[in-house]
Structure formats: C-alpha cells, structure tokens
Design a protein around this ligand. Structure first.
Ligand SMILES: Cc1cc2nc3c(=O)[nH]c(=O)nc-3n(C[C@H](O)[C@H](O)[C@H](O)COP(=O)(O)O)c2cc1C
Length: 386
C-alpha cells in the first residue's frame, strides 16, 4: 500500500460542486499559528529560568485527547509543583482519571529529559501529599526538585520535536520486525512491564478487538459526545483552545476548513461526516502491523505515572526508528459498555484482572510505518503557571 500525506480533498458541497485541493495547501494557508507556537518556543533562551526551559518541552508531551491538564507552581525556588487541572478531565472515557494520570507521567518524563539536557536532575516525588482514594483531587501530582550538575542527557531527547502519536493508516505491506520490537522494549525501565507482538494471527485478533472497542465508544452517545465536544473545528477554534482532538482525514479536514462541518453532524449516525469518521478509524485499526503494551502489577497512581513516563520513552524510540506508534485506549476504558471488551483485552494480553488495584494493562498501541507528520505538529497550550 502506498502512503501519501492526506493527498487530495474532494468535497461535494450542497450545490454539487466538487472542490479539489491539496490538504497541505489548505493547511498552510490556514495554519493555526498561535496553537503551534509552543513548538517554536521549546527550549528558548528567552526563558531565563531553567525550570521554564524544561517546562517548555514538557508541555509537548502526549496525553489523552490532548487535554494537557498540567498546571505548575514555580513559587518555591529550585522546585516545581505539578497539579492536575481538574477542569480538564475526561469523565466519560476515563472515569477513574487513570489515563489522565498516565499523560501527567509522560509530561514528567519529558520534563526530566529536558532538564537533563542542561545537566540538571529533575528529581520527581509522586503525590507528595498523597492521592485520593478514587479520583484525582487538588493535591499536587508531583514535586520536582531541580538539582544542578547531577544528570546526563538522555539520547531519546533528540526525537522530542519529531515525536507524534501517529493517527494514520499504516503500510500493510511493511512488517514490523522482531528486532524493532526488541529495540522498543529496551527503553522501558523496570518499573513497568512491556510486551509486544508481530505475530500475524495475534495481529489479526488485536486489529479486530481494537476496532470493536472503537466502535463501542463511537456508538455510545455520551462517550462519542465527549470527543465531539473536544474537536476544534477551524483555525479560530484551534487558536482559541489549542487542545482537544485533531479531526484528521482529508475529507473531514476539508469540510471543516470549508465551514461545512459542525458538531451536530458529527454526532448524527446518518451523516456523511459520521460515516467518514467510522471509515477513517476502520482503516487505521485494520492496519496495525504490530502491537506494544505496558502493564503494571498494581494500579496505583505512581504506577500510572511510571506507565506514562515509559510510554513517552517508547514513543521517542519509535520516532528514532522511523516507526509510527498510535495509542489506542478504547478497550482499556472503564465504563459499563466497555466492560466485556476490557476483560477480553486483558485476557488476550495475558494479564489476570483481580480488583481495581490489581494488575493492569496501562497502555496499548498499534505500530507500523506511516507518513511522517513532523511538518504538521499538534497544537499545544503554553506553560500554565499558578
Ligand atoms: C494515556 C493516553 C491515552 C491515549 N489514547 C489514545 C487513543 O485511544 N486514541 C488516539 O488516537 N490517541 C490516544 N492518545 C494520544 C493522544 O491523543 C495524543 O497524545 C494527543 O492528541 C497529543 O498528540 P501528540 O501525542 O501527537 O503530541 C493517548 C495518549 C495517552 C497519553
């Protein structure tokens, strides 16, 4: 299968007019500059405080639905206190705040690496005032002490500006080799478990499972609505709120750029936009050429943070290898409609569920070779200080 970067858009408008244009052409004229600014500012010497320089990279971390729920208090010299913005949770698809916490773990690892580039050890103490029994609360997620001259750079950091979650179909004629899977697994530390597969039968099975899980989320109105509410449609919306979900796909992008897409259509199972969304995801889900997952023996908040840290490392390593990694979390989500699929994925990946604090698959993603998205970074919110 040949891959092109969102080649041509063909939009059939109400009047039957066919508009053909390169998506890239549209994108360059309608680029949401404000929303992309953090990529240009990362590491800027304009930040005189090394903590701000490190934070300017950390905010580029992967996180669920790109909510970027981080807020930082820098009032104590030499340290940073990280908080979760409780307005930026995902109550429908992530009721226990598990995935949100994983995203905060990605942020902390990127912060650590960015500080290490300057020889600074960012020493992380997770949940220094403890964590809530069930949900995240107003207490800090981590205390980070910046200790000068005590760290060495991490080679993975070189990939930070190219890293993406690659939400595109992969080349189904290009296998992911076992040695590539091994290289990915090697960057994971001993705080979490890692496993991966490129076995054709398992790939077939996991493609099908991930598609069914995606379909459940899409056909469950309140979980679909959570995503729709977070879609940023058009340049003005993106610049005003540089978080949320990429529409993705030439057809939807084209409709949105032409002002012919709204949230009602996206929620309407009979609309062309809804159907296009289904087709797009089906193509993605059935093109996984390998899978990788991270698990933990218990399901503590600290385990979730470490899962995020290691996911970020795997994502950076995949980037170094020219390999796409797409987290697909639907089957791991904890709401009633997903419960059978949740049990199924744990059983298929060989993790025995006990109780809510027992063993867990924390992250699951598909692997494959896809288009490079380095020229189309995702939008990010500037560092938010308390
Ligand atoms: C815990 C977690 C779960 C995620 N789950 C999904 C998912 O199910 N589907 C998906 O397309 N992306 C998923 N992502 C990727 C995010 O959508 C992505 O990180 C975010 O949009 C920012 O994009 P970037 O990673 O390219 O910077 C997940 C990321 C994290 C950290």
């Amino acid at each position: 299968m040949a891959l092109t970067r969102r080649g041509f858009i063909k939009v059939i408008g109400a009047g039957g007019v066919i508009v053909g244009a390169s998506a890239y052409g549209f994108a360059t004229t309608r680029t949401p500059q404000v929303a992309l600014a953090p990529w240009g500012l990362a590491g800027s010497k304009a930040y005189t405080d090394p903590r701000m320089r490190a934070l300017s990279y950390a905010i580029l971390a992967p996180n669920p639905h790109n909510r970027q729920p981080w807020k930082v208090d820098l009032r104590t010299p030499g340290e940073a206190m990280l908080y979760c913005d409780l307005e930026r949770l995902l109550p429908e698809t992530d009721p226990p705040n598990r995935q949100i916490t994983i995203g905060l773990g990605c942020f902390l690892e990127l912060l650590r690496m960015a500080a290490a580039e300057e020889g600074i050890l960012a020493k992380v103490t997770p949940f220094p005032q403890g964590a809530g029994e069930d949900l995240l609360d107003a207490r800090p997620v981590a205390r980070i002490q910046f200790l000068t001259g005590e760290a060495t750079p991490d080679p993975l950091f070189k990939q930070v500006m190219q890293r993406r979650s690659l939400k595109e179909p992969f080349d189904t004629e290009r296998p992911v080799t076992t040695s590539v899977l091994e290289e990915l697994a090697m960057v994971v530390d001993d705080t979490v478990q890692v496993a991966a597969t490129n076995d054709p039968q398992r790939i077939k099975d996991l493609r099908d499972l991930s598609w069914r899980a995606h379909y459940i989320e899409t056909m469950t109105p309140r979980t679909l609505q959570e995503s729709i509410d977070l879609m940023r449609i058009g340049k003005r919306e993106i610049n005003a709120n540089p978080d949320g979900i990429d529409l993705g796909g030439a057809f939807l992008e084209g409709l949105s750029l032409l002002g012919q897409l709204d949230r009602q259509q996206l929620a309407d199972q009979k609309s062309a936009a809804f159907q296009q969304g289904i087709d797009m995801y089906r193509a993605m889900m059935f093109s996984g050429m390998g899978y990788i997952w991270l698990g933990t023996e218990t399901n503590s908040r600290a385990d979730q943070l470490r899962s995020g840290a290691n996911w970020l490392r795997v994502n950076l390593k995949a980037t170094a290898l020219g390999l796409g990694l797409h987290p697909i979390s639907q089957a791991l989500q904890e709401y009633p409609e997903m419960s059978e699929t949740f049990a199924e994925i744990h059983s298929k990946l060989g993790v025995s569920l006990t109780d809510s604090n027992g063993p867990r698959v924390q992250m699951f993603g598909r692997l494959g070779y896809g288009p490079s998205l380095a020229e189309t970074p995702r939008w990010k919110i500037e560092t938010r200080l308390l």
